[in-house]
Design a protein around this ligand. Structure first.
Ligand code: ADP
Length: 336
C-alpha cells in the first residue's frame, strides 16, 4: 500500500528568458534558456515524496529522451513509476515558457502523452490526488477507483474548467486557488454538489478550509507564513503534495493544511517549481531560520501573521442530489 498516488501530468518545461515577450509575428533574442521537470502531477508527486510519503505516480510519457529523463528524475526522488506508461508515437508533454524581465510570462502547453493517461485502476494508496492536466474522464475514473478501494480522494482543479457533479461527488477534498474557485462555482456550491471539504488557497493570504460536517459547515482561516518570496511558481503544487502526504501520515485536515501552508510559503523562496520543493529535513531547518527571521521582525515591530482565526459554523448548503438519496456522507476522515 502506498501513502499517496498522484494521477496527473508529466511535462518537460522549456524556459526562455527575454527582455520582453515577442508580439505576434515578431522574433526576439533570448537571454537565457533552461529545462526543468514539470507538470502539476509530477510536481505534486515530488512534493509529497519530499514530505516523506511513499508515492506512486500514474501518468504517461512519450518514447523519447524527455520521457526517459523525467521517469528517471521521478525514480531518483523515490517515486514508483511502474504506472507511468510509455506511449509510442506521442511526444512527452512539454510546456514552452517565455519569461520577460518583469517576470511576465506566456506559456504554450503541449499535452502529448498526457492525453493518453489511463487511470481506471489506481494502485492502492491512503490518499489519491489528481489535477486537470489529463483527460477529465480519466480523472473521474481515477477517483472512482480510489473511492472503491477506500482511499481518501483529493482534486486540485487546475487548470480550471467546469466540473460535472459526477466528479465532485467523488472528491473528499478539493484544493482550488481563488481564480479556479471562481470558475468551478464557489465554496457553497461545491459543498452542495457533494464535495466533503474545500481548501481554498489564497497566495500570501493563506488558505480557507471549509468542511461539511453533517448539516453544518465549519470554516477556518490558515494564515500564510511570513516569507520573502522570490518566485511563487510551484507554491500550489508544494501545498497540494504536502497536504496529501501529511493526510496519508495521519494528520487531521487542520494540521495537514498548516504544514502545507508552510511548504507553500517555503516554495516561494527559491526559483522554479521542483527545485523549490523541500524535503522534510530541509523543511525543518528552513523553517527554523524562517522562524528566526519572523522573531527578529517581531522585535523590529513588523507585521506578523495572525494566529489561526476561530472557527465559524453555519448550516450546510442543501444538496438536492443527496436529499433525493436520503443520506449525507460524513465529513472526510480526520477533517474535524
Ligand atoms: P497557486 O500556486 O495554485 O496559485 P497559491 O498561490 O494560492 O497557489 O499558493 C498556495 C499556498 O502557498 C498558499 O495557500 C499559501 O499558504 C502559500 N503561499 C503562496 N504564496 C505565498 C506567499 N507569498 N507568502 C506566504 N505563503 C504563500
Amino acid at each position: 500500500m502506498f501513502d499517496v498516488a498522484v494521477v496527473g501530468s508529466v511535462n518537460l518545461d522549456l524556459v526562455a528568458t527575454t527582455a520582453r515577450l515577442p508580439r505576434p509575428g515578431e522574433t526576439v533574442s533570448g537571454t537565457a534558456y533552461a529545462e526543468h521537470a514539470g507538470g502539476k502531477g509530477l510536481n505534486q508527486a515530488v512534493a509529497a515524496a519530499r514530505t516523506g510519503a511513499v508515492v506512486v505516480m500514474v501518468g504517461a510519457v512519450g518514447d523519447d529522451e524527455a520521457g526517459r529523463r523525467l521517469r528517471s528524475i521521478a525514480e531518483n526522488e523515490g517515486i514508483d513509476v511502474d504506472t507511468v506508461v510509455v506511449v509510442p508515437g506521442s511526444p512527452t508533454g512539454r510546456a514552452l515558457i517565455t519569461v520577460d524581465a518583469g517576470a511576465e510570462n506566456s506559456i504554450v502547453v503541449i499535452p502529448g502523452a498526457n492525453s493518453y493517461v489511463r487511470a481506471g485502476s489506481v494502485p492502492d494508496a491512503r490518499v489519491v490526488i489528481a489535477q486537470l492536466e489529463i483527460p477529465l474522464d480519466e480523472v473521474i475514473a481515477a477517483l472512482r477507483s480510489a473511492r472503491s478501494s477506500g482511499a481518501r480522494t483529493m482534486l486540485n482543479p487546475a487548470p480550471a474548467q467546469p466540473l460535472p457533479d459526477e466528479l465532485l461527488e467523488l472528491c473528499d477534498i478539493i484544493v482550488p486557488n481563488e481564480h479556479e474557485l471562481e470558475l468551478i462555482g464557489g465554496i457553497e456550491s461545491l459543498l452542495g454538489r457533494g464535495v466533503g471539504a474545500v481548501v481554498m488557497t489564497k497566495g500570501a493570504a493563506g488558505a480557507i478550509v471549509t468542511v461539511r460536517a453533517g448539516t453544518f459547515t465549519t470554516e477556518r482561516h490558515q494564515p500564510a507564513f511570513q516569507v520573502t518570496p522570490v518566485d511563487t511558481t510551484g507554491a500550489g503544487d508544494a501545498f497540494c503534495g504536502s497536504l496529501a502526504a501529511r493526510l496519508a501520515a495521519g494528520d487531521g485536515l487542520e494540521s495537514a493544511v498548516r504544514y502545507a501552508a508552510a511548504a507553500g510559503a517555503l516554495a516561494t523562496t527559491i526559483e522554479g517549481a521542483v527545485p523549490s520543493l523541500r524535503t522534510h529535513a530541509t523543511w525543518r531547518s528552513s523553517w527554523r531560520s524562517t522562524n528566526r527571521r519572523a522573531a527578529e521582525s517581531r522585535i523590529r515591530g513588523d507585521a506578523v501573521p495572525r494566529r489561526p482565526s476561530r472557527r465559524v459554523s453555519r448550516p450546510a448548503p442543501r444538496s438536492s442530489a443527496r436529499a433525493q438519496r436520503g443520506r449525507v456522507r460524513d465529513a472526510p476522515r480526520g477533517s474535524r
